[in-house]
Design a protein around this ligand. Structure first.
Ligand SMILES: Cc1cc2nc3c(=O)[nH]c(=O)nc-3n(C[C@H](O)[C@H](O)[C@H](O)COP(=O)(O)OP(=O)(O)OC[C@H]3O[C@@H](n4cnc5c(N)ncnc54)[C@H](O)[C@@H]3O)c2cc1C
Length: 347
């Protein structure tokens, strides 16, 4: 990937728990409560170590050792099992064992100059996940750049308020906000009323946040508002060519004009939308931007199932896009051939 011009890789250990709003069921590898065979399951017992959290810690640390400097590690916190998801569903921080595992993961990643993207997951767990991400950003993003990024899902109606709250905390506590922006991948299982009514609304929300961050003006933060814009590192994860190309062009324009902006990086999933990734890479005119990453997910077949299912749903849209790109190319080839033909046959 790096030989092809990508800046680096994002690696994710796939274990996760997905909450289906319509059935109120949780699906994942470690969703069942631990049995008596595994001993005392009380998280308050001093010597108790939850095996699911330990398995997640091991898988995640293993992933760090597959990365190199400037790569990213993406973490799905619900992969640590029922004790963690119970806390998230209540909007709380997970048990201390999980917080310790996260500290170990963050320290090891930082030592290797690897950054961490905390993935956004089902709405049912998201409040707790976001709380953890904020805690980690407050602790590890104090060197003028983001080691930890929280993921903001533009399809949620609540995201502008969440983001404003986090910008305020970053301002007050003086840390860099890692702003990873996605549209959101849980439409098939999340509560529909929480998500924008139309695709166009989601697109507008995505582009407004991305371009607002690049202009250092979001809501009341920035010189058009009443509050300072905090230090922000932007990470645009998307297969939407229009969004990413517009963001890169805006960033480039602002850098060249000496206007204030924030650092930005881009990513697409491994095996999807290569056309978007390569179009971005082709826009590099020698200054090393845009910085593009590919995201690869690993795990056993069982662990990867929910991830693969979401990609199958997204690929339906991607196939439609491929078809329209193919038709556009065919039209362009025909237009050029016609121009050549009419030139050679003219007197
Ligand atoms: C590197 C990387 C990391 C990612 N990490 C996460 C993550 O942590 N959490 C997460 O949730 N997703 C994540 N995603 C998935 C990402 O959200 C999906 O790729 C995205 O949903 C597809 O949107 P798009 O930006 O590629 O654009 P498009 O393909 O243009 O948009 C499709 C998206 O638009 C939205 N949408 C579609 N129809 C409607 C409708 N009728 N009403 C409202 N909205 C609609 C949905 O979000 C849908 O997925 C990640 C993607 C990448 C590339």
């Amino acid at each position: 990937m790096k030989d092809m011009g990508f800046r680096g890789m994002i690696l994710t250990y796939a274990a996760e728990t997905v909450f289906d709003h319509s059935t109120q069921a949780q699906n994942g590898q470690r969703v069942t409560a631990l049995t008596s065979k595994q001993g005392d399951v009380s998280i308050n017992a001093p010597v108790y170590q939850c095996p699911s959290i330990e398995a997640w810690r091991e898988g995640t640390v293993q992933t760090i050792y597959m990365t190199e400097a400037e790569d990213y590690l993406a973490v799905k916190l619900t992969g640590a099992g029922v004790k963690v998801t119970e806390a998230f569903a209540a909007g709380e921080l997970p048990p201390q064992q999980m917080m310790d595992a996260l500290d170990e993961v963050c320290t090891k990643a930082k030592d290797r100059k690897v950054r961490i993207l905390v993935d956004a997951e089902s709405q049912h767990f998201q409040k707790g996940i976001s709380r953890v991400a904020l805690e980690l950003m407050r602790k590890y993003n104090r060197d003028g750049y983001a080691t930890i990024y929280n993921t903001y899902q533009a399809y949620l109606k609540s995201t502008p308020v969440t983001l404003a709250n986090h910008l305020a905390v970053a301002n007050e506590d003086g840390f860099t906000l890692g702003l990873k922006l996605v549209r959101g991948a849980y439409m098939a299982t999340d509560e529909r009323s929480l998500i924008h009514d139309t695709k166009e609304d989601t697109d507008n929300a995505y582009n407004t946040i991305a371009q607002g961050a690049l202009r250092k003006n979001i809501g009341e933060f920035g010189d058009k508002g009443s509050r300072d814009f905090p230090s922000v590192n932007l990470f645009l994860a998307s297969h939407n060519k229009e969004s990413v190309v517009a963001a890169h062009q805006l960033h480039k324009h602002r850098v060249m004009s000496g206007l204030p902006t924030v650092p930005v990086r881009f990513a697409q999933l491994h095996g999807m939308s290569d056309e978007v990734s390569f179009s971005l890479l082709q826009m590099n005119d020698g200054d090393g931007t845009p910085e593009v990453y590919k995201c690869s997910t690993w795990g056993s077949m069982g662990e990867c199932l929910a991830y693969l299912l979401r990609r199958a749903i997204e690929n339906r849209d991607a196939v439609l896009r491929t078809d329209s790109e193919y038709r556009a190319l065919k039209k362009e080839a025909f237009r050029r051939a016609k121009a050549v033909f009419s030139l050679s046959s003219s007197p």
